[in-house]
Design a binder for this molecule. Structure first.
Ligand code: SF4
Length: 199
């Protein structure tokens, strides 16, 4: 059972959402995926321009890096029995004057996330990818910054696994934080392997 009538209806409502139409310089185009039996939910930031064009989440260098960290191939990543992809903002938010991406639209997660969680009865783990997801879901239990939150990832298990965003722009962070690849990624792969093998 990868689809139910209620999650199909919810997906349709999200696809038709125009809540941010007046705040975007383009038509809203929500990018997300989940199924009734999704086991692992990836909560990222918002689509970049490339994903906005393709309509496929993490179909970019960030996605390649994330799949490597998870220890899985593209077929597994895009199979909604295994993974759902639900950003903090489903639509590309546009660019700031310096050329970087704007933050996720703040109305999106409060509007839609709880409705999606209600659908996911088999959910085993939520990956909080980046500071926006961590602030929203960890609240006061988040550490003083993303680095410390990710370093203390095991305090949030078995519900949440906080991660740095896999963007290539974070290369300086990785140069200073080798413990992430050495210690956190192997634990992430073990968690994912156990969940996927239990299906
Ligand atoms: S970002 Fe979210 S709330 Fe805003 S238009 Fe897109 S789907 Fe709707």
């Amino acid at each position: 059972m990868s689809e139910t009538r209620s999650n199909k209806a919810l997906k349709k409502r999200i696809e038709q959402c125009t809540l941010c139409a007046g705040s975007l310089s383009h038509e809203p185009k929500p990018v997300f995926s989940f199924g009734a039996n999704t086991k692992i939910l990836i909560i990222g930031q918002a689509p970049g321009n490339k994903v906005h064009q393709s309509g496929k989440a993490f179909d970019d260098k960030s996605g390649d890096t994330l799949r490597t960290w998870l220890g899985i191939d593209r077929d597994t990543f895009y199979n909604t029995v295994f993974f759902g992809i639900v950003p903090m903002g489903f639509c590309f938010p546009g660019k700031n004057p310096k050329g970087g991406d704007l933050p996720p639209r703040p109305v999106c997660a409060p509007k839609w996330h709880h409705q999606i969680f209600e659908q996911l009865k088999d959910l085993d783990l939520v990956l909080l990818v980046g500071q926006y997801a961590q602030k929203y879901y960890l609240g006061k239990t988040a550490k003083r910054n993303l680095t410390e939150t990710v370093r203390c990832y095991d305090e949030y298990l078995p519900t949440y696994f906080p991660l740095v965003h896999p963007s290539p722009l974070n290369f300086r962070w990785h140069a200073k934080n080798h413990w992430f690849i050495d210690r956190v990624v192997p634990e992430l792969q073990e968690q994912v392997r156990k969940i996927l093998n239990g299906i």
